[in-house]
Design a protein around this ligand. Structure first.
Ligand code: ADP
Ligand code: MG
Length: 242
């Protein structure tokens, strides 16, 4: 039977693979208790609806030493005073409205171009009636000004250009590129066992300010339109696998 496509389920499945554990940000299901514990232990965490997409409902919470919290959603930042008020505020404004479970995830300090964080989308596909997986395309999604999510993108760039323009310009592009491919293929070879009908995975990988790679999420029905603006032919390669 096909596994559920919830972010929590996919996280747990990937944690079952020893080759992926080191690339997964610390993640837990949200509850009043886990929220309090995590905001005490991490300066920044991300809250994400288990069945969300396109960055909808994704929230960043920053804890300040004076026990204030900043809730950053879309381009808006709100200051909340105290832990109990934080949970009530989030419940009132987010959980209850969305009627879905959330995960809490350690925030990865994503590499940025000027002030704007970016992450990488990797397309991994197999053609119908074949079992061989191919990395067909990659791009960098640069967050719009004042956003912490890259779904609302200021720019879609080729990966090499993004790295050159970013704080990672001294790192070896070839090394990072090889690692992005290797991790993506390991993810797909593992997850495809649980999602046997899926032929296209869209993987969001973060690169932190030290050049380390992190798994942000895996999409089982990835949108391909972001690749249309690239001039490297990736859009037609993707389509040739569909
Ligand atoms: N743990 C994290 N650390 C840093 N940024 C994150 C993290 N999780 C999500 N983000 C940012 O939020 C965006 C949306 O989160 P994602 O998990 O991809 O959910 P969605 O299904 O809504 O796209 C990511 O592309 C990334 O820019
Ligand atoms: Mg995503």
């Amino acid at each position: 039977m096909r596994a559920s496509s919830s972010k929590w389920k996919k996280h747990k499945l990937m944690m079952g693979n020893t080759n992926l554990q080191a690339y997964l940000p610390k993640t837990i299901l949200l509850s009043n208790r886990s929220l309090i514990e995590w905001v005490e232990n991490y300066t920044k965490v991300m809250l994400k609806p288990c069945f969300g997409s396109q960055g909808k409902g994704v929230i960043q919470i920053t804890s300040f030493p004076n026990k204030d919290f900043e809730v950053h959603h879309e381009y808006q930042r709100t200051i909340i005073k105290g832990k109990e008020q934080l949970y009530d505020y989030l419940k009132e404004n987010y959980y209850r409205r969305r009627n879905t479970k959330y995960i809490i995830q350690e925030k990865i300090p994503l590499a940025s171009i000027q002030e704007n964080p970016f992450d990488i989308r990797v397309m991994v596909q197999r053609k119908i009636n074949t079992s061989e997986w191919t990395v067909t395309a990659k791009c960098a999604k640069v967050a719009a000004n004042n956003y912490v999510i890259t779904n609302v993108a200021k720019a879609i760039l080729p990966v090499d250009q993004a790295l050159e323009e970013s704080c990672l310009s001294n790192f070896s592009l070839a090394n990072i590129d090889t690692k992005l491919n290797e991790i993506s293929l390991t993810i797909v070879e593992h997850l495809s066992y649980f999602y046997p009908k899926t032929r296209a995975f869209g993987i969001d990988l973060g690169i932190d300010e030290k050049g380390e790679i992190w798994i942000i999420e895996v999409n089982l029905r990835p949108s391909i339109f972001m690749f249309k603006s690239l001039k490297d032919g990736s859009f037609s390669i993707i389509k040739s696998f569909l």
